[in-house]
Design a protein. Structure first.
Length: 513
């Protein structure tokens, strides 16, 4: 699925119609997709009411509730003035056991709320993706009433068709009165405005639905989904041995951030790297060995990269050709000689052509080297958050990250690397292509989750995945593991280590048997 503007979506729809798909067929598919999304969150038959506006979203909402009605639900249509449903279609809905609630002139938001209370699901089909600005009355009143009904019920959920009414599908700006949805069923392609932190406060969880719209436009960013990463890691043959799954060298940790090295190594083990070795002084080995007994060690001088940068770099250079990949940066600090050490190790990595993922203090140290893009070499995945990205850009203004995939794509091309820009909507750029993950999860906003991502990507590089594939698959597995680990922790309390045991199951979801 692509990320598109509203204008591009219109062009894709027209191309779909020209290919022989009727508009009514597309609407049936859209309505069915919304009904499936409702079934997924509410498997037991319940009660649903559709807010039906004047456009195609209103028809999609009607089709969805009609489908629920046929499956044993009770169904109602709350009809806005000049709605999109014909008289014949309304009679058919009534004959099937549905009920109609027309908006009455002079109704207040409280009246609307009272009419919607007690339903399990509200399906929002008032406004489509082309709507701009503040909704006018009576739609404003209906929206306010629907939101009030949702607030008044602990069990009622709101499902938006394609985008919540009142949210600008291009910019993500929300009108003062706009639908607050628990989930939004994204139809055909993701509208770029929905992939912004502002819109995320209104969209709830995004459910992606392929309804048969033609692919495009060429070059548009793609969403990272289970389908897009499925099959990248093959099922292991019966005679597999650890050498088949690669060797990863982890260069991480310092007295202040010893846990970062442990999390990175543990994540690499969980993603299936055959051998994970931690390059570290003896004191860190003694800590890590008690926490991750599966890893091995490349011992560095006791002063570590901070106090003995040259000796540490020489030790790693002498052993680097025995590894398929390296993960460098988590918890290294930038104290003492660490920037010199990181520069030396990354130059040697480029000379030996060993794949690498660089994160955290590896990026901060790299940013201290002038003209680093000239020598960083190919085969590198960099995973900055916004602060680290600013440092890497060496004073250049960071563009508006409402569209982080644009930034990831441009800078990846300039730096000849694969770039993962972390955030609510993590974006990836590589070789002129762009991807974005549409799965914001605030539970991941805790120390150490980035170290887990570094270990996952490093492990995938060691297993032979190309940089772009390792980045996309790694980001998806990390998000999936985070979603699993966050269950039951809506008010916080998730630790980065909670992700580790979820990684194998998350990866298994991508298997093609």
């Amino acid at each position: 699925m692509r990320v598109v503007s509203v204008a591009e979506m219109r062009e894709l729809e027209e191309a779909t119609f020209r290919s022989g798909v009727a508009e009514a067929t597309l609407q049936e598919r859209a309505g069915a997709a919304v009904a499936r999304a409702v079934f997924d969150v509410h498997p037991e038959a319940g009660s649903a009411v559709a807010l039906v506006g004047t456009g195609n979203n209103g028809r999609d909402a009607w089709i969805a509730v009609a489908g629920l009605l046929r499956s044993g639900w009770s169904g109602e249509l709350y009809l806005a003035p000049h709605h999109a449903i014909t008289d014949a279609e309304l009679r058919e809905f009534l004959d099937a056991g549905g009920r109609l609630i027309p908006f009455r002139d002079g109704a207040t938001a409280a009246d609307v709320s009272a009419a919607l209370l007690g339903r399990d699901v509200i399906v929002d089909g008032l406004l489509g993706i082309g709507a701009r600005g503040d909704p006018r009355d009576p739609l404003r009143t209906i929206i306010a009433g629907a939101n009030a009904a949702r607030r008044a019920s602990s069990r009622q959920i709101t499902v938006a068709v394609d985008n919540p009414s009142g949210v600008d599908a291009d910019s993500g700006e929300s009108a003062e009165t706009s639908i607050v949805a628990d989930l939004t069923v994204v139809l055909g392609a993701a509208k770029r405005g929905l992939l912004t932190p502002r819109a995320a406060q209104r969209t709830g969880r995004l459910v992606l639905a392929d309804i048969g719209v033609v692919d495009g436009p060429p070059g548009a960013p793609s969403l990272v989904t289970r389908e897009s990463v499925a099959g990248l890691v093959p099922i292991a043959p019966p005679d597999a041995h650890k050498g088949l799954f690669g060797r990863l060298l982890v260069v991480a940790g310092s007295p202040r951030y010893a846990g970062a090295a442990i999390l990175t190594c543990a994540a690499a083990v969980r993603i299936g790297a055959g051998v994970v070795a931690l390059a570290c002084p003896r004191w860190l080995r003694d800590i890590a060995a008690a926490r991750v007994p599966e890893i091995t060690y490349l011992l560095l001088p006791d002063d570590g990269p901070s106090g003995a940068p040259d000796a540490c770099a020489r030790r790693i250079a002498a052993e680097l050709d025995g590894f398929q990949a390296m993960a460098i940066g988590p918890g290294l600090s930038t104290d003492g000689g660490v920037p010199d050490f990181v520069g030396s190790v990354l130059r040697e990595r480029a000379r030996q052509n060993v794949a690498a993922v660089v994160d955290a203090d590896g990026l901060n140290a790299l940013a201290k080297w002038p003209r680093w893009p000239d020598w960083i070499g190919e085969g590198v995945v960099m995973t900055p958050h916004l602060g680290e990205l600013r440092r890497l850009m060496m004073g250049d203004d960071v563009p508006n990250l409402d569209c982080p995939w644009e930034t990831a794509g441009r800078l990846a091309a300039e730096w000849r690397s694969t770039l993962v820009v972390k955030g609510p909507f993590t974006a990836i750029g590589s070789d002129g292509l762009r991807w974005v993950l549409a799965a914001p999860n605030p539970a991941l906003a805790t120390a150490g989750t980035g170290d887990v991502l570094t270990g996952i990507i490093g492990g995938l590089l060691a297993r032979g995945q190309p940089p772009a594939a390792a980045a996309c698959l790694g980001v998806w597995v990390h998000a999936n593991a985070g979603a699993r680990a966050a269950l039951g922790k809506r008010l916080g309390g998730m630790a980065a280590s909670d992700l580790l045991s979820e990684i194998p199951a998350a990866l298994a979801e991508t298997a093609i048997c």
